[in-house]
Design a protein around this ligand. Sequence first.
Ligand SMILES: [Zn+2]
Length: 139
Amino acid sequence: MNTFKADDRCCNCGRDYADHNYVENTLDQYRCPVQQYHSGYGGFYGGDPRLFSPGWEDATDEERENHRLACAAWDDAEAQGVTPKPEPCESGWQVIAGTNVHIFASQFGLGCYQIPIETFFEPLDAEREPWPWDEDDES
Ligand SMILES: [Zn+2]
């Protein structure tokens, strides 16, 4: 049994403990109510193309058009109530001349990506900086 209070703050999402949802079949995991993302710049990692934004200098016109078409297909599928099939990640391992090599490829060129990550309630350390929107910090 945990000892969290309803208004204990989460260091992953900034919300109160009471806003988190219990994950069934776990002892003490409570999913954050706000989707969190790992973000960066590079190739497309696969999945939802709308979580990728091709760069203007690092993607060709063809790659930007590939991206536009993939996003439109996802929007159309969802409008019809269909869950789209995740787009592939074209990077990966291959054996070339008996050597394992990692090949980088991105059908959408280089750009900004977001990867959804699952986060769970973790109490905010009292020693950390307060959240910028924390109304209690009016000193
Ligand atoms: Zn949280």
